[in-house]
Design a protein around this ligand. Structure first.
Ligand code: BGC
Length: 784
């Protein structure tokens, strides 16, 4: 049945193609205008162009399957999707592949001895923690190079949804709880990737803040948080970097699927933000293909038979206006003409993996955050040569998350390997014990879907299996590292137990190691190899230093040791708040939503097995530090926190506002310590409380110094535009900078403000009037 339809579809394409070709001059993409190419297209060709060629995935229901037309199938194995070619019009297929931490394609191909590995870069959260847009641009350029040299046209990245809650399963792919850092980091990434002449797809537009029931969940949210928190990052990124494409998200926003949402995809994205590119759906996102076309979601990925039939019928019975589809087609063609495939780029299949590994290593260490460092525990004293290494993650390091954010790298540098290459020894017996334990446990796990998160390996209970070992290590070794790891990925949110919170065995291990080593006057360092926020308040007093390495990519072992040894001075800063406990989180009471209709137990199709659900963002604009600040709730580590091996003094701040169009800020920073280092200067603005309630302060700009030598000074300049002072007033559908006194805070974290200055706005500024769209729902509608 399936096959027969596919054959008919293909035959129709070819026959109609022949008919036109016989008529003589058939317009060719790139030679004639896009409009004339569209005019020559048959309805079948247009419908085939607005969807991908399908996807083979175990467990898909029949209507989700689509035929794959020979020529495009498997062009780049492991890529997430391809579009149809229409050779008679000179339209090639293009290839789309994930993702945020590096290119995700299959490393091996049948009957081919060559390999197609890609570089695994640090996860998005780690990249953002560098607060270094030049660095992120460099990473983007390296990933773009790999995409181009492996024959990929559009990279499905970056991902910049807000980390609204620490348990969000894909939070590791995302950048921050704050839209300003997210937007600027995303823009840098896009500019880097696209400098190669390949495209990006910034995703997931919008409000895909968690994974539970993500395909159908309805997010009920007010216009102000939509604009100020959840769209602002996308707005900054589209305007600063011009991504070729945007990927709409799975969820509904106030009752309408994002991919079917005209307000979102046309009114806001195109009319207000002047986005000129193409919008594609997330894979199998949304339900109504006609509504998607009308909303401005041009390309349906990965494309299904059902969608093809639906659109063709709608075109025939005019429920889908011809000019609507023509607009979708035009935007896809405008994208295609920019691609390497269209330009017949002869890709090499040999990107520069060696050079890119160095960029990955550098980016990994730049994104690491030194949370705690008492008594100059780090960097390691020069006398240290023998390191006691405890914890599963020390021997089974997590390089990145799972799902579409995964990368098939040729190698992962382990922590023992990184230490060994830097001249440190680790105890072979302990190493052997851990390695054996991890292998044994993993071999007991039944083979699962490689796309999904494997079951966690519970921490080895060292005290029980080898009661004397820790004491022996404290005798023999000079310093201890306890490495704690967490993984997460697509399709599921994280858990509180044994994920956000440490397990009892982990806590016990930490206590035992600290007791034994401290008794010998030796230090203990915790290495947190995690993708997101975990609880630290209950145990942070135990170790002498805590290094948050995130999921650092394939060069993990080297990059971690670069920091431990002091080859790199840490300069990463948190892009989110670490709360004292989960329940302090403003969204903890309503995450991950309420189920409206229980799941059909017989439905095993993972892409449609979600339960109809809704979630109300009652936290409004009170996300992350905006909430903690205002509610005066203590944090374990505040937004923006991160220590260095040196000290910085902020000598001066100058704020000038020569005209209402711009506020200029200059901050002088001096490296007042003894080691070369970099400082991230964070500019927060506190706006006057007028009609609108305001956070105490909001991040409005940031910059990182160059590597400052001891005693060296640098002046950083920031220019704030009226938009950077404003808040969104839903009653007037306007961005407004209210009249009154503004405070500028220059800080090394959101809680460590070094200099402040003030300026006054003598009159209210209506910065931008926008459309009154994405109105809140009055009634609960549930699933459509
Ligand atoms: C993810 C996207 C990804 C796509 C293609 C979806 O499941 O949500 O982020 O780009 O798959 O792999």
């Amino acid at each position: 049945m399936q096959k027969k339809f596919s054959f008919t579809w293909l035959t129709t394409l070819l026959i109609s193609g022949q008919c036109l070709a016989q008529g003589g001059a058939v317009p060719q993409l790139g030679k004639q205008s896009i409009q004339s190419v569209i005019a020559a297209m048959t309805p079948e060709e247009k419908v085939s162009l607005v969807m991908g060629t399908g996807m083979h995935f175990p467990g898909l229901s029949e209507d989700k399957k689509a035929p794959v037309v020979g020529e495009v199938n498997g062009r780049v194995p492991g890529a997430a999707g391809t579009t149809f070619a229409i050779p008679r019009l000179g339209i090639p297929s293009i290839v789309l592949a994930d993702g945020p931490a590096g290119l995700r394609i299959q490393p091996h191909r049948p009957d081919d001895t060559a390999t197609y590995f890609a570089t695994a870069f640090p996860i998005g959260t780690a990249l953002a923690s560098s607060w270094d847009t030049d660095l992120v641009k460099q990473v983007g350029a390296a990933i773009g190079n790999e995409a181009k040299e492996y024959g990929v046209d559009i990279l499905l990245a970056p991902a910049l949804n807000n980390q609204r809650n620490p348990l969000g399963g894909r939070g590791f792919e995302y950048y921050s709880e704050d839209p300003v850092i997210s937007g600027h980091i995303a823009a840098a990434y896009v500019n880097g990737v696209q400098s190669n002449g390949v495209g990006t797809s910034i995703k997931h537009f919008a409000l895909n803040n968690h994974e539970t029931n993500r395909n159908v969940i309805n997010i009920k949210v007010d216009q102000r948080p939509i604009r100020e928190i959840y769209l602002r990052g996308f707005q900054i990124a589209t305007q600063k970097s011009k991504p070729w494409t945007v990927m709409s998200s799975y969820n509904k926003i106030n009752g309408t699927y994002a991919s079917e949402n005209h307000d979102l995809l046309s009114t806001i994205l195109r009319d207000e933000w002047a986005f000129k590119g193409m919008v594609m759906s997330d894979w199998f996102g949304g339900q109504d293909a006609v509504a998607q076309m009308k909303a401005g979601n041009d390309l349906l990925m990965p494309g299904t038979d059902f969608q093809h039939k639906t659109l063709l019928t709608a075109l025939q019975n005019k429920t889908l206006p011809a000019d609507t589809l023509d607009n979708n087609v035009a935007r896809i063609l405008e994208t295609i003409v920019q691609t390497p495939s269209f330009k017949k780029y002869a890709y090499s299949n040999h990107p520069n993996l060696t050079a890119n590994a160095q960029i990955s290593r550098m980016a990994a260490s730049e994104g690491m955050v030194l949370l705690k460092n008492t008594m100059q525990t780090l960097p390691f004293n020069v006398d240290i040569k023998k390191v006691a290494l405890f914890g599963n993650a020390a021997y089974d390091l997590v390089k990145g998350g799972t799902g579409s954010g995964d990368v098939h790298a040729a190698t992962i540098i382990s922590l023992p390997e990184g230490l060994a290459q830097a001249g440190y020894s680790v105890d072979e017996h302990v190493k052997g014990m851990y390695s054996q334990y991890i292998t044994d446990i993993k071999s007991k796990h039944p083979a699962g879907n490689p796309f999904l998160l494997p079951p966690p390996v519970l921490e080895l209970d060292l005290k029980t299996v080898a009661p004397q070992l820790i004491a022996q290590m404290a005798d023999e070794q000079q310093i201890a590292i306890v490495a704690l790891g967490r993984n997460s990925g697509e399709f599921a949110d994280r858990h509180l137990d044994a994920d956000f919170n440490l397990t009892e065995v982990e806590k016990q291990l930490l206590q035992d190691v600290a007791q034994a080593f401290h008794a010998k006057n030796k230090k203990v360092v915790v290495v947190l190899n995690v993708g997101g926020v975990i609880e630290t308040a209950s145990w942070r007093d135990i170790p002498d230093a805590i290094l948050l390495t995130w999921l650092p990519g394939q060069e993990a072992g080297h990059a971690i040791v670069d920091i431990l040894k002091g080859k790199v001075n840490p300069s990463g800063k948190l892009t989110m708040t670490f709360p004292m406990q989960y329940t302090d989180e403003p969204s903890s009471g309503n995450f991950p939503g309420t189920v409206l209709i229980p799941k059909d137990p017989n439905n095993h199709d993972f892409t449609s097995g979600d339960q109809a659900a809704e979630i109300e963002y009652t936290d409004g604009i009170g996300v992350g530090y905006r909430y903690f600040d205002k509610a005066k709730i203590a944090t374990a580590y505040p937004f923006g926190h991160g220590l260095s091996y040196t000290d910085f003094t902020y000598d001066d701040i100058r704020v000038t506002s020569p005209h209402l169009g711009q506020v200029d800020i200059d901050v002088n920073v001096t490296n007042s310590g003894r080691t070369a280092g970099k400082e991230v200067v964070q500019i927060y603005v506190g706006a006057p409380k007028g009609k609108l309630a305001k956070p105490i302060k909001e991040l409005r700009a940031f910059a990182k110094t160059k590597l400052l030598q001891a005693g060296e000074k640098q002046t950083l300049h920031f220019a704030l535009k009226p938009m950077d002072l404003s808040s969104f007033d839903p009653d007037r559908s306007s961005w407004v900078a209210e009249q009154g006194n503004y405070t500028v805070y220059a800080g090394t974290s959101s809680q460590d403000i070094r200099k402040t200055a003030n300026f006054t706005l003598n009159q209210e500024l209506i910065v931008e009037k926008v459309h009154p769209v994405l109105q809140p729902q009055n009634a609960v509608e549930g699933s459509k």
